[in-house]
Design a binder for this molecule. Structure first.
Ligand SMILES: [Zn+2]
Ligand SMILES: [Zn+2]
Length: 133
């Protein structure tokens, strides 16, 4: 178990036992949806409610400690905030992987072919992972 006390404090979050456990679950899974997180948490805190998990995750999102990855046609997954990256999602088993892509060519194409000013580039690519092919 990694001690996330300082990391939480750096994001102005009090390091409660629940938040430390959430941090470790996010760390070991990489990307986790709220249901799996809830199951993990119940093993440690038998009386914890789903509402408490949501409350904590939302606060962590507000303080940029955690990031939400919106998965098309599925539940969002959460991860500890990392440097900018995109995601690969398996439509069969749901595994989510990080991928670093160069967004500059894509953005310059958008700039030349539309009048849009892009402010966010959350990119999720769907397909089949090696196991599911
Ligand atoms: Zn898969
Ligand atoms: Zn990620």
């Amino acid at each position: 178990m990694i001690n996330y006390t300082d990391e939480l404090r750096r994001h102005n979050l009090k390091a409660t036992p629940q938040r430390l456990a959430i941090s470790n679950a996010l760390h070991s899974y990489g990307h986790i949806n709220i249901d799996t997180l809830y199951e993990m948490m119940l093993k440690k805190f038998s009386s914890i409610s789903l509402a408490t998990i949501y409350k904590n995750i939302n606060l962590m999102l507000e303080n940029s400690y955690v990031q939400e990855v919106k998965i098309p046609q599925n539940k969002s997954v959460y991860e500890l905030t990392k440097s900018y990256h995109s995601h690969l999602v398996c439509t069969e088993c749901g595994v989510v992987e990080d991928i670093k892509l160069n967004m500059i060519p894509l953005l310059s194409e958008v700039t030349t072919s539309t009048t849009f000013e892009i402010s966010k580039t959350d990119l999720v690519l769907s397909g089949l992972c090696k196991k599911c092919q």
